[in-house]
Structures are given as C-alpha cells and as structure tokens.
Ligand binder design. Sequence first.
Ligand code: ATP
Length: 271
Amino acid sequence: MSGALLQLKDVGIRFGGLQAVADLSFTVENRQVMGLIGPNGAGKTTAFNLITGVYKPSSGKIFLEGHDITGWAPHRIARGGIFRTFQTIRLFYGQSVLANVLAGLHLQTHQAWWQGLLSTPAQRREEKDLRSRSMTLLERLDLAHLAQEDVASLPYGVQRRVELARALIARPRLLILDEPAAGLNDQESSALNQTILSMRDEGISILLVEHDMNVVMNVTDRIVCINFGRKIAEGTPEEIRTNPDVIEAYLGNDEGDEVEEAQGYSTGAAP
Ligand SMILES: Nc1ncnc2c1ncn2[C@@H]1O[C@H](COP(=O)(O)OP(=O)(O)OP(=O)(O)O)[C@@H](O)[C@H]1O
C-alpha cells in the first residue's frame, strides 16, 4: 500500500533568535525509508522532536495519515504509531533484555490501571501474549538467548539492538531512528541495514537520521537534506549524492569526508 503516512507542511521552530527549523516540508510514504541528512547542527534532531511532539512547531502543520497532529503530546503521537530511538542509548540498566522490550509495550496494553493490582485472568492472558510476541521479536533480532541478561552487561552494539526491539514491539507505523549505526562495527551495521529493509517490507515506514553515508545510501528510498534548518534538496540517494547544494553544504565541514566516501562508494566496486 502506498500513500502519505507522515506529512510536514512548512514546519518551523525558533529558539530565541535561532530559527532551528524553517519552512520544512516533506512526506514519508507508507513502506518507505526516508533519510534525513545534513551537517552538524542542521536541525535534524529538532525535526525529530517536532514530529514526536517534544517540541511544538512555531509555524506549519504535521499530519499523520491526513490527521492534523500538530501540537499533540508525545504519548498521543506514540499511540498514533510514531515511535523513535535516540542518539544515545536509553535502556533500563539493571533490568533484563526481555523487561526492557516489554517496557516498550506500556502504551499498547488495554487494561485499566486497577487490573494491574488484581491480576485478573484478562491481564494474565494479555501478559502471556505480550511475552510471546516479545520472544518472537527477540529471536528475529538474534537476542532470544540473551532475554534474561541484564542489558548493562551487554556490548554496545547488542544494546542498540535491544533498543530497536523495544521500539518494534509496539508495532509502529513510523519508526524514527536517530543515528542507529553510531558506534556499530561493519558487521553490526550491515545487519542493521538488513533489519531496516525487512521492517520496511513488513509495512513499517522509517525516518532515519544517520551520519554513516553508506548506511544512508544503502537503505533509503528517498533522502531530504537540510542545512541551517531549511531543506536544500530532496531526491533518491543517487540524486542526493550528486546534488551540488548537498556537496557544498558538507564541504568545509568535518563531515565532508562522509560525502566523499559515499561518492567513492557510488563509483566503487561495492555491490
Ligand atoms: N532546545 C534548544 N534550545 C536552543 N537551541 C537549540 C535547541 N535544540 C537545538 N538547538 C539548536 O538548533 C540547531 C539545530 O540543532 P539539532 O540538534 O537539531 O541539529 P542536528 O542536525 O541534529 O545536529 P547533529 O547532527 O550535530 O546532531 C543547533 O544550532 C542547536 O544548537
């Protein structure tokens, strides 16, 4: 099924004298991986915070499947199906992998608060179902054998997978990933690529901020590039790779290497 899932129309926000995001418009379609790229400080994380309701836009509108969600609180947006992971790991240390994944489901349970005190048959059934769903997901992400381990004892790359599982268990319609490949080794990063593509094939749309251009170029269907809070280009990975405005935005920036690397990749022997 195609069609617009998330739409930003002329969205902007000011922090005092700084226009962190300005007139930003783009659409994420159903079953699409959209990349959001731009140099440091371009406004990518701010855009994520606008979409997830952490910040209210000073201007513009945000729509989820045609419904105006501008200004909605974060938990309401999450209930609408938009989930995110963060640049830095935010797991509950001291808790098991399974407990962390189950924590991602708290928005989905249908029980009244008092049922938690009484442990009704309905509650026990629901809990059993959720555990089995969690275990299926852990198996898929090669985490099942670690289900009872304390997340704090696991290597960084594995912790990032647990975060992904915690976001996926809620069955998001749009998953927002903030630098998911940061700190991953090559093997972990290519496993992440496969996971992103298989999520898309299952019908989840993904909005991805990532500095690793190889990940961006390999998994996205389209890319929006922003600089100083404004969109400077939008297109397919191939179009973005060769766009002069994008190249210029990255030149003279520490991240220039990343674009050169991606351009090398485009002409290199990589598959
Ligand atoms: N809460 C805030 N208050 C004031 N300024 C902010 C706030 N959040 C972000 N900014 C500023 O807005 C601009 C965009 O920041 P943002 O973190 O969105 O960029 P980014 O593209 O995500 O950068 P990076 O790639 O380094 O994570 C920056 O100049 C930043 O300093």
